[in-house]
Design a protein around this ligand. Sequence first.
Ligand code: GLA
Length: 386
Amino acid sequence: MSVQARDLAVEFAYRFDRAPTVSRAPGRVNLIGEHTDYNDGFVMPAALEFATLTAASQRPDRRLRVYSMIMDETREFDLDSPPQAASGDWSDYVIGVALTLEMSGLSLSGADLIVWTDVPIGAGLSSSAALEVSVAHALLAESGLGFDAIEIAKICQRAENDFVGMRCGVMDQYISCCGVAGHALLIDCRSLASRHVAIAPNLRLLIANSRVRHQHAGGEYNLRREACEEGVRLLSRYLGPIEALRDVTSKQLEARRRKLPDLIYRRCRHIVTENARVLEAALALEAGDFAACGQAMNASHVSMRKDFEITCPEVDMLVGLAQTVEGVYGSRMTGGGFGGCTVSLVEASAVDKAAQILTDGYRVATGLDVEIFVCAPSDGAHLIPV
Ligand code: GLA
């Protein structure tokens, strides 16, 4: 079901008896740069046409009342006596963001909210960040406060780290706040500066959802982060005070290879080489050298499979199938890992062929139906007309 802003406004009027504003915040696909964000490194995501919409209207008190059209459930909170901890519910993202905004000194009005999304949930396309950012945007608008995109991205990340308990980096919230239609963003996750990288009109981003999500994904994510921190700790004995793997070159890492446990070495090698690949891929896209960008994407997948060990047979299968199709420049898993989606950079004329090969090949190999999306990069968070 595709819900438009006016459908949300009708639902809002029915439930809350007045007219709302509607904020939109997109999910994302990451072209390249996986697990580099929390290592102060580089990423290159694009905002999707899939988004979360939040309809909102201020209340005279300090209560938040939020109805999810997806879950068909309502939750209520009092900003003056909020829950102290997450409860494992979808509303953790809503109250977590509200409390973190307040802790950052942004004093909110109460509000009635309705949330709806078409970002596939749990598929690695950042449905959580889209919810966080659209709610933050709506709450700030209803409280008469401005939306400083980068600041809000950091606040939403903090809500997820500290309230929800997922130690994610800033990529998903950043692109949901700052995305630009027709472009990917090359983001420096240390300085938080970004550069717009145009996606040429003849290119398509083909996303394939494996529909597989391994249960241990969250725990493994945090373990990867710990391994990177351990790498920094060990390497700083030899390299002097370094803050993050961003500060380590391939040459430096290779010179200390024997000083590191093999597992930590391989985790570090993924991050160090992935940072270099992101920069190469951005330059290649800017120069119109799509084959070079595709090669960097393919190499990224190998590195995620062998060194960082975050892929799984189903996504490896999708990537392998895509890479056989003429007109597909490159293909890799996108997002945190252990299932979810792949992204392929495809010549527009090859999209149908690629979709067919993925659909047939995946069904034969796994018995599963892949879900294919062909996406154009969209804009980051904004109010939409009702
Ligand atoms: C998840 C996290 C991001 C990032 C990716 C992996 O999407 O939320 O911060 O670390 O995984 O690149």
